[in-house]
Write a protein that binds this ligand. Structure first.
Ligand code: ATP
Ligand code: MN
Length: 562
C-alpha cells in the first residue's frame, strides 16, 4: 500500500520527452514539483520537513535544476559542483571509540577516535538542521550484491543530487523489497551543516563520523559525494572480515567469457575503473569488492569514474555513461556551450561521474562471479622505475600487497616535478578500520588456496620519471593485461629484475619489446639505477613497521639495495 502512495510520479510523458531532448534546461524549470512523493519518517526525528522518498533519477535531476544546484550537459547528464570540497578529507574522518570498537579498530591517522557524546550531539544538531529545511531526500538501498551479506541502508540527504548519487552508487531494491524495508545502517549527509570544532569535538567544520554502535555515518560540512560511498566501504571493511570471514578489497573486478575472474587493486588514479572496463570481459565492479569462499562480489551498484581527460576513443564505456541519470561533478563547460571540457582542471583535477552499473553494456548480471584467477596490483609509478608488467611470487605478492605502493605527481604548482611516493597498506589504508595484517592474512590464504597469478602493473611513467619520461599509453597497458589474461604471457621468456626481484617478460604481444624493461627506456642508465635504488630504500623503510607480523619469506621478498 505504502509504495502505491509513493508512486505518485510526475507526468512521465513530459519527462521522457525531456530526456530525449535533454539540453533544454529551461524546460525543466517549468515542471511542477508539488506531486513528488512524500513520506513520514518519525523514527528519523524528521517531523517538520517534507520527505522526498525514493524519487527516480529523473525527479531528482529536475529538482536539482529547479533549485539551481545543477545543469544538464549536452548529453543530458546532471552536472553539479560539490562546493568547497572536491575530494575526500581523511583528516576529518572519525570513528566513535566505544566498548565495541576500542580494542578492535586500528587507531591511526585514518581511524581517529571520537567520543560518543560528540557523535550524539552532532546527530541531534544535524537532524534539527535538516528538519528546518523545506524538504529532505531519503533513499532506501543496500550494499553487497551477494544476498548472504546484503546490508540495508537508509541514506538521508540535504540535496536531491546527493540522493541521486546514492541511487547510482548503491544497490537498488525492488519495489516489493521496499514495501518491507528495514534499514540496518543509516548515512546522513548534510553538506550545509557546519560543526563548531570547539564544542563538537571535530577538527574543522566538516566531518565524517562513523558509529558502529548506532550504525550511522554522519557527514556534515562537505558536499563531496565520495564520502558517502567510502564511508560505507569503511564499515564493510570492518563488518565483513570480522563477522563473515569475507575479505574486503579496494579493487575493481571483471570476468572473461570462460568465467575467469580478474581483480585490479590500486590506489586512486592507478587505473581500477579504466582498466576494468574491457569490452572483452564483463564488469563486476570498479572499486569495492568482497571475496568469500567461492565468489567475488561487488559492494556497490554503480561506478564513480574520473573524468579528467576522458575521451570517447580511449574510454568509450565511461564516456557513453555520461547521459541522463548520470551525475557529473566539478566539471566546467567549453565556452558558450553545454559541452563538458574534459581537459579542464579549473575546479579540480578530481572531476567525476557516477552512474548505475546497468549503464555499462557488459556489466555482469547480479554483480557476482567466481574466485579470481588473476590479480593485478596497479601502481602509477611517477618515478618511472617499475616495469610496465611483472609477475610476482606468492611472497612478493604479499610484500607488495602490504606495501601498497604508488607515486603521484607532487602537485600542480609550477616547477614541482618531484613525484611523491605513497605507501598505503592493502592499496586502501584510508578505508581499513582493522590492522592491515588482518586483511593481508586473509589475502595470503586465498591466493595460496586458489593458486592465483599475481601481476604488478605500472600504469605510470616510462623512459624516465615525471618531467622526463611519459605516462605509458593506455593501449599498451591494456595489451599487457590482455596477454596476462589470455595466457600469452605464460609462453614468453622472463628476466628477473635486479633490484625488485620480480619477473619481467621479455616480450608481449602488441607491445614493443623495448618498453618492457624500464632501464632500457631511460637514456641515462645511471639516473635509472639511482632512482631504482632510492625507490627500493623507500619500500624497505616503509615495510619496517610490518616486519614483526610477517614470516621470513615475505620479509625477504623486499627489493635489494646497494
Ligand atoms: P579511484 O580509486 O580514485 O576511483 P582508479 O584506480 O579507479 O581511481 P581511474 O579512474 O581508472 O583510477 O584513473 C586512471 C586515470 O589514468 C584515467 O584518467 C586514465 O585515463 C588515465 N591513464 C592514462 N594512462 C593510463 C594507463 N596506461 N593505464 C591506466 N590508466 C591510464
Ligand atoms: Mn575508480
Amino acid at each position: 500500500m505504502r509504495s502505491k502512495i509513493l508512486i505518485l510520479k510526475l507526468t512521465l510523458v513530459s519527462f521522457h520527452l525531456l530526456f530525449l531532448f535533454p539540453s533544454t534546461n529551461k524546460n525543466y524549470m517549468s515542471i511542477a514539483v508539488t506531486n513528488f512523493p512524500t513520506k513520514q519518517f518519525s523514527q528519523t526525528g524528521l517531523t517538520n520537513t517534507r520527505i522526498r522518498y525514493q524519487l527516480t533519477p529523473e525527479e531528482l535531476t529536475v529538482q536539482t535544476i529547479q533549485r539551481n544546484e545543477g545543469v544538464l550537459n549536452n548529453t543530458g547528464a546532471l552536472c553539479i559542483n560539490t562546493g568547497e570540497f572536491t575530494g575526500r578529507c581523511p583528516l576529518d574522518k572519525f570513528t566513535v571509540k566505544d566498548a565495541e570498537t576500542e580494542s578492535k579498530i586500528n587507531w591511526n591517522n585514518f581511524n581517529q577516535p571520537i567520543d560518543e557524546k560528540y557523535f550524539l550531539q552532532l546527530r541531534r544538531k544535524v537532524f534539527a538542521y535538516l528538519d528546518s529545511k523545506k524538504e529532505v531526500w531519503i533513499r532506501d538501498c543496500y550494499a553487497c550484491a551477494h544476498p548472504e551479506y546484503r546490508i540495508n541502508l537508509r541514506v538521508i540527504n540535504e540535496n536531491p543530487s546527493g540522493n541521486l548519487f546514492a541511487y547510482n552508487m548503491f544497490l537498488r531494491p525492488t519495489e516489493d523489497e521496499i514495501e518491507n524495508f528495514s534499514p540496518e545502517w543509516m548515512v546522513i549527509q548534510a553538506p550545509g551543516f557546519k560543526a563548531d570544532p570547539l564544542v563538537d569535538g571535530t577538527r574543522q567544520q566538516n566531518f565524517v563520523i562513523t558509529s558502529f554502535e548506532n550504525k550511522t555515518i554522519l557527514i556534515g560540512g562537505t558536499g563531496y559525494t565520495g564520502e558517502i560511498k567510502k564511508g560505507i566501504f569503511s564499515v564493510l571493511n570492518y563488518v565483513l572480515p570480522v563477522e563473515k570471514n569475507v575479505l574486503t578489497m579496494h579493487c575493481s573486478a571483471n570476468v572473461g567469457k570462460r568465467g575467469d575472474v580478474a581483480i585490479f587493486f590500486g590506489l586512486s588514479g592507478t587505473g581500477k575503473t579504466t582498466l576494468s572496463a574491457d569490452p572483452q570481459r564483463k564488469l563486476i565492479g570498479d572499486d569495492e569488492h568482497g571475496w568469500n569462499n567461492d565468489s567475488v562480489f561487488n559492494f556497490e551498484g554503480g561506478c564513480y569514474a574520473k573524468c579528467i581527460d576522458l575521451s570517447e576513443e580511449k574510454e568509450p564505456a565511461i564516456y557513453h555513461a555520461i547521459r541522463p541519470g548520470a551525475l557529473v561533478e566539478n566539471v566546467t563547460f567549453i565556452d558558450d556551450t553545454d559541452e563538458i571540457d574534459f581537459h579542464s582542471k579549473k575546479i579540480t583535477e578530481n572531476t567525476r561521474v557516477s552512474y548505475p552499473l546497468y549503464y555499462i553494456n557488459n556489466a555482469i548480471e547480479g554483480l557476482i562471479a567466481g574466485t579470481p584467477k588473476n590479480i593485478f596490483f596497479l601502481t602509477c609509478d611517477a618515478y618511472g622505475v617499475l616495469p610496465p608488467i611483472s609477475k610476482l611470487t606468492p611472497a612478493q605478492a604479499m610484500y607488495q600487497f602490504i606495501s601498497g605502493y604508488t607515486a603521484k605527481v607532487a602537485g600542480t604548482e609550477t616547477g614541482v616535478t618531484e613525484p611523491k611516493a605513497t605507501f598505503s597498506a592493502c592499496f586502501g589504508a584510508p578505508f581499513l578500520p582493522l590492522h592491515p595484517g588482518y586483511y593481508a592474512e586473509m589475502f595470503g590464504k586465498r591466493i595460496k588456496k586458489h593458486n592465483v597469478n599475481v601481476w604488478l602493473v605500472n600504469t605510470g611513467w616510462i623512459g624516465g620519471g615525471y618531467g622526463v619520461g611519459t605516462r605509458i599509453k593506455l593501449r599498451y597497458t591494456r595489451a599487457m593485461i590482455a596477454a596476462a589474461l589470455n595466457g600469452k604471457l605464460n609462453e614468453v621468456e622472463y628476466k628477473t629484475d635486479n633490484v625488485f626481484g620480480i619477473m619481467v617478460p621479455k616480450t608481449c604481444p602488441d607491445v614493443p619489446d623495448a618498453l618492457l624493461n624500464p632501464r632500457s627506456t631511460w637514456t641515462n642508465k645511471d639516473a635509472y639505477d639511482k632512482r631504482a635504488n632510492d625507490l627500493a630504500n623507500m619500500f624497505i623503510k616503509n615495510f619496517e613497521k610490518y616486519a614483526y607480523c610477517v614470516n621470513e619469506e615475505i620479509f625477504f621478498a623486499a627489493p635489494l639495495v646497494v
